[in-house]
Ligand binder design. Structure first.
Ligand code: NAP
Ligand code: GLV
Length: 314
């Protein structure tokens, strides 16, 4: 069998890891000469038009990340299972990011960074404790639930919002349009871990920010978006920060990536920017995850895990 690696970045470390976990198999890279009729699997991120066509033996497409919006718009996407990454290594990285940024807001860390720069000693009054801060996690799937559990360990008052109703022990979960207002009204820190779909595009906008709680202990609502940049309206975020609708924002993802030099987000005093690396796919762990899926499928005809529902778009 052949695994085709089709990436927008340097494929070398990936090819090495796939070779070590799928020994004896052909691992080929887009751009090289290879027999398209032998390709049974593709491992990809942002495939170029044409790269997935004319692969008559294709059995599955593996996204090298948790999100699959990079595939959903692909013209003539082959009708085979699309498998996304859903494994502990990536999930735990995201939870670390979310917990860290929630704690930074809880403890007003940016103020103390500025105080240190200015050699200012102002112990001030005690900050709130986590139990006094309500975190709302939008997108209560693999990433949202793990982050929520870890935020809860720190003491935060956490609720979730998902597309469909669900019950997860220990959490109040709101769902759909019907549950959105109530969810926002009890949220001081809004964490978005939503996939990008036609329903979630542009959802993080002024109308939504206006509905966040204004009676919390942080002096105004906070936005943390580590889902997808297409879900946020950056002009609204900037305007809402400037008129007090939002107190602060931490953004890992952007409408355009890399974030353009001229974006006002770079220098805004109440914005934290990270370069879409809150939960990077580690080549070793991801190749191992994909190889495991291929080997169990070939040995025992096991179905692939974490297959995307194309109708939903995630
Ligand atoms: P997942 O397990 O599929 O969970 C997605 C969650 O979003 C589910 O709870 C789903 O609701 C909810 N959702 C989807 N559409 C919705 C809508 N219209 N309204 C309300 N809720 C909606 O996905 P995951 O593994 O947690 O990953 C989530 C996303 O994180 C990825 O798609 C990707 O975009 C992003 N991500 C970013 C990074 C990064 O480095 N920044 C890294 C990894 C992933 P249901 O439970 O009802 O289905
Ligand atoms: C990264 O953004 C991912 O979807 O895994």
């Amino acid at each position: 069998m052949t695994l085709l690696v089709a990436l927008t970045w340097d494929p070398k470390p990936w090819v090495e890891r796939f070779r070590s976990h799928l020994s004896g198999r052909d691992i080929v890279v887009l751009g090289e000469d290879f027999d398209r009729a032998r390709v049974r699997y593709v491992a990809t991120w942002g495939p170029k038009p044409g790269s997935l066509s004319n692969l008559p033996s294709l059995e599955a497409i593996f996204s090298l990340g948790a999100g699959v919006d990079h595939l959903m718009g692909y013209p003539d996407l082959p009708d085979v299972p699309i498998v996304r990454v859903s494994q502990d290594d990536l999930t735990y990285r995201m939870s670390e990011y979310v917990v860290m940024h929630c704690l930074m807001y809880l403890r007003d860390q940016r103020r103390f960074d500025a105080d240190q720069q200015a050699k200012r000693w102002e112990p001030d009054r005690a900050p709130p404790i986590a139990a006094q801060v309500r975190v709302g996690v939008m997108g209560f799937g693999a990433l949202g639930q793990d982050a929520a559990r870890k935020l809860k360990v720190m003491g935060f008052d956490v609720a979730g919002w998902s597309r469909t109703p669900k019950s997860v022990d220990g959490f109040e979960i709101f769902s759909g349009e019907a549950g959105l207002e109530q969810f926002l009204a009890r949220t001081d820190i809004l964490v978005s871990l939503l996939p990008l779909t036609s329903e979630t595009r542009g959802i993080l906008k002024r109308d939504l920010f206006k509905k966040l709680a204004r009676d919390g202990h942080l002096g105004g609502p906070i936005l943390i978006n580590a889902g997808r940049g297409g879900s946020q309206v950056e002009a609204d975020i900037l305007a809402c920060l400037d008129d007090g609708t939002l107190k602060g924002a931490t953004l890992d993802v952007f409408e355009v990536e890399p974030l353009p030099q001229e974006s006002k987000l770079w220098n805004h005093p109440r914005v934290t920017v990270t370069p879409h690396n809150s939960a990077t796919s580690d080549p070793e762990m991801t190749a191992r995850y994909i190889a495991h899926q291929i080997l169990r499928h070939e040995a025992a005809g096991e179905p692939f895990q974490h297959v995307v529902d194309r109708g939903r778009g995630y």
